[in-house]
Design a protein around this ligand. Structure first.
Ligand SMILES: [Zn+2]
Ligand SMILES: [Zn+2]
Length: 81
């Protein structure tokens, strides 16, 4: 078995499928050993460490790290109506 510099197989597959040789660059987290070929993935990941939550709910004071988490949260408000 080889040890791969990726957290999961999906990232690994994506890396080799889409990136031309020159662009095969891995973005690494400086805090843990997470690495990903996508900058956006790393940005989202870093928010987890810094506790940043840029996606704010317009209905209540809650905020979330990712857009999908916020979307999921909106369902709570929809159900209450
Ligand atoms: Zn990390
Ligand atoms: Zn809310």
């Amino acid at each position: 078995m080889h040890s791969l510099p990726f957290c999961n197989f999906q990232d690994f597959a994506l890396f080799y499928k889409h990136a031309p040789l020159k662009q095969r660059k891995i973005h690494r987290c400086t805090i843990c050993n997470y690495s990903t070929p996508k900058t956006t993935n790393l940005n989202t990941h870093m928010m987890m460490h810094t506790g940043q939550k840029p996606f704010k709910c317009i209905h209540c004071p809650k905020s979330f790290t990712t857009k999908s988490n916020l979307k999921q949260h909106y369902l709570v408000h929809l159900r209450m109506k």
